[in-house]
Design a binder for this molecule. Structure first.
Ligand SMILES: Cc1ncc(C[n+]2csc(CCOP(=O)(O)OP(=O)(O)O)c2C)c(N)n1
Length: 282
């Protein structure tokens, strides 16, 4: 299927210039490249402008409740391990109300990709500060002096919590974004992709992101080095900070590591099913 074939008939109602359009395009390109079967693919979201995305793609989708994309996606993947499950949403959805689930999804390591479209505000509810809003951003009437607290560090938290794949992309770099989506989907385990996705309606200054994003040091499987790279970065570095597969949950017999969602793994999926059937009988 071509990328355009993965688009649904529902037209996005995002504002002109919204970065989420690029994420939608990159996802359909990635699906085309990976030759995903739409009936075996599910997008699960929470609530927010970004969380509307499943409606615009011609796969199965679940527009859930605020902050709960990850528990919904986790339940789905555990019950139906043969499906490609992608969770997505915004920084408010994922790091505020859903922050607890973010930490435990990284730790649990269920085999899903989680994309957060970070525009540093609550876009849908008209631009209030979110966990990733810069400390002194003063454009919201609710926080006229800015949030006055340092922003949440999604990649550092993901690494500390145990995520095995951590990347950052920019919606203004569609090629890089598509590649990172493919790499995240190929990772056997929980993959976190932090996407800088501008909201120029409430944060016009985010138009500058294109000129300030930059490449990061090469990917590493050394956790301490990855943390150093993340903490030394200015928040605008793009690429993969960390990649190191570890045992997925639910565990496979003998602690085997799933070889990758897109690469088949049918026997392993059958083993998971049987294991669960045993649990269900017990
Ligand atoms: C339980 C609950 N609390 C609050 C809201 C209101 N609300 C809707 S969307 C949203 C934030 C959306 O921001 P974000 O997740 O960053 O996505 P964006 O719209 O910026 O893409 C909030 C607070 C809600 N729908 N449900």
């Amino acid at each position: 299927m071509k990328a355009k074939d993965y688009k649904s008939r529902v037209k996005p109602i995002w504002c002109p210039g919204c970065g989420h359009y690029s994420v939608l395009n990159a996802l359909t390109k990635a699906f085309s490249q990976l030759e995903l079967n739409p009936v075996d693919t599910v997008l699960v979201s929470g609530i927010g402008c970004s969380s509307r995305l499943p409606a615009y793609i011609n796969t199965y989708g679940f527009h859930g409740i605020h902050g709960r994309a990850l528990p919904l996606a986790t339940g789905l993947k555990v019950a139906r391990p043969e499906l490609e499950v992608i969770a997505l949403g915004g920084d408010g959805d994922g790091f505020s109300i859903g922050g607890n689930h973010f930490i435990h999804a990284c730790r649990r390591n269920v085999n899903i990709l989680y994309i957060v479209m970070d525009n540093e505000v609550y876009g849908m509810t008209k631009g209030q500060a979110s966990p990733t809003t810069p400390e002194l951003w003063d454009q919201s009437k609710l926080t006229p002096r800015g949030p006055e607290v340092p922003p949440f560090q999604p990649c550092a938290v993901a690494l500390a919590a145990g995520a095995g794949f951590i990347g950052r992309a920019h919606s203004g770099d569609p090629k890089g974004l598509t590649q990172l989506i493919c790499q995240g989907m190929d990772h056997p385990g929980f993959a976190f992709l932090h996407v800088l996705s501008q909201c120029i309606t409430y944060c016009p200054e985010q138009q500058d992101w294109k000129s300030i994003t930059h490449e990061i040091p090469p990917v590493t499987s050394d956790r301490a080095l990855a943390m150093q790279n993340i903490l030394q970065d200015d928040g605008f570095g793009k690429g993969i900070f960390y990649c190191q597969p570890r045992a997925v949950w639910p565990h496979l017999p003998g602690g085997a590591i799933l070889t990758g969602p897109s690469s088949g793994g049918t026997d392993q999926i059958e083993e998971i099913r049987q294991q669960f059937a045993v649990h269900a009988d017990a």
